[in-house]
Design a protein around this ligand. Structure first.
Ligand SMILES: *Cc1c(COP(=O)(O)O)cnc(C)c1O
Length: 399
């Protein structure tokens, strides 16, 4: 949850910097101290048999990675680009996943000495074995499993439904038998990343237990060492009701309670969204306020080319109004009071909407709208150069 102290840090920055340029305010603001606090409390809450990895794709900015580096046990990377970002920063271990790995990326992963590579298909297994032989090495891998069931009902699912991810659970026995014929492949365990933005901690715990049970059953049946159970990420942010967040304490306590069941297994978590979403705020100044077909619209200097998430998910992004008292013009200031407003961006498309008909007490041209929980899958997933508007300022606030 966003705390007042953090809101004040962001607002103080905007207050100080808003007038430094003639241009309307538009920025991403990341509170690195807040990120440090949040990541440390996640790490501290976990038992020793759980390793905490950061899934880089949620936010790969260098200051974010630098802030997390001393706290997390390692990084989950999904491309050679992410691998390079991490290995230029730290010697902490990386796990490499992704459904479409190029030979060059697999070779990069071998060279970088990644801890494990997820194998997502039989063909990928063959390719990796051939590369391992070429490089005279043995490669530690996790078999990425597409589960038949046991995946909770979350926003996006990669498993439990037909997707491009992983090896069908039904085929895992054949996969293991094939690996056992390969001297160059070392099966270290199983990978289960299955969902995105799960909001139900109890359901997440049941999912972890199912992953553990399956890993133990396969290990016993096929006499594997396979000590790693990678449960991926998928912890959600409640963008719709931010005051009813994912109950992390329920998950953390439940993980502690699993200790007697692990039988020497090590659980790896790869958290993206839940790690960085709350440290980031996207702030954009209102350029215009108007009525159209009896509805109210505010138009921003900014939009979905900076923050694509609400358009992609067809939701209203959580926001607050930062009131600005200065008004530079001699004529009247447009505003909307005690009404629902749609907050749109500066692009020439009706899809450029960040908030759809949500109530405000007052919103004026010249006010700044603060979109919270914009630290993950926000700037990095957006189409920055559509319409060639300038990029937002990117600001890191550190203490
Ligand atoms: C994206 C991804 C994650 C992180 O997911 P979040 O929902 O951001 O926590 C973890 N593991 C894998 C394999 C991923 O692709």
């Amino acid at each position: 949850m966003i705390i007042d102290e953090k809101r004040q840090t962001i607002e103080r920055y905007i207050e100080e910097h808003r007038t430094k340029s003639q241009e309307p305010f538009c920025a991403y603001l990341y509170d690195l101290e807040d990120l440090r606090r949040h990541a440390s409390s996640i790490k501290k809450s976990l038992p020793d048999f759980v390793d905490l990895y950061y899934a880089v794709k949620a936010n790969p900015e260098q200051p974010i990675l630098e802030t997390l580096e001393p706290i997390v046990d390692g990084f989950e990377v999904a491309s050679a680009g992410e691998m390079n970002k991490v290995s230029s920063l730290t010697v902490k271990p990386m796990m490499f996943g992704g459904p479409a790995k190029k030979d060059s990326e697999l070779e990069e992963a071998i060279r970088s000495g990644v801890k494990t590579i997820n194998v997502e298909s039989f063909h990928e297994l063959n390719r990796l074995a051939a590369l391992a032989e070429k490089h005279h090495t043995k490669i530690p891998v996790l078999a990425r499993v597409n589960l038949t069931a046991n995946v909770s009902d979350s926003h996006l699912r990669m498993s439990g439904v037909p997707t491009q991810f992983g090896v069908d659970e039904q085929e895992i026995p054949d996969f293991i038998k094939k690996v056992n014929t390969m001297d160059s492949i070392d099966l270290r365990g199983f990978h289960f990343h299955a969902m995105s933005n799960n909001l139900d901690a109890e359901a997440h715990l049941r999912f972890v237990e199912a992953c553990l049970d399956k890993s133990l059953a396969w290990a016993e049946r096929y006499r594997l060492d396979a000590p790693i159970v990678n449960i991926g990420g998928g912890i959600g942010i409640n963008y719709w009701h931010p005051d009813d967040p994912f109950d992390w304490q329920v998950l953390a306590k439940g993980l502690h309670d699993l200790e007697s069941k692990t039988n020497g297994r090590h659980i790896f978590m790869e958290i993206g969204r839940y790690m960085t979403a709350s440290c980031g705020v996207y702030a954009a100044e209102v350029l215009d306020v108007k009525q159209n077909h009896d509805q109210s619209f505010a138009v921003l200097r900014g939009g979905s080319h900076h923050l694509r998430l609400p358009a992609a998910w067809k939701m209203s992004h959580p926001f607050r109004v930062f009131p600005v008292e200065d008004w530079p013009y001699p004529f009247e200031r447009p505003e909307v009071r005690n009404r629902e407003v749609t907050i749109a961006g500066e692009l020439c498309t009706p899809n450029d909407v960040l908030v759809r008909q949500e109530p405000v007490t007052r919103l004026r041209a010249g006010d700044v709208v603060l979109f919270e929980y914009a630290g993950a899958y926000a700037w990095t997933i957006s189409h920055h150069d559509f319409l060639s508007h300038p990029h937002p300022e990117i600001v890191y606030i550190n203490g």
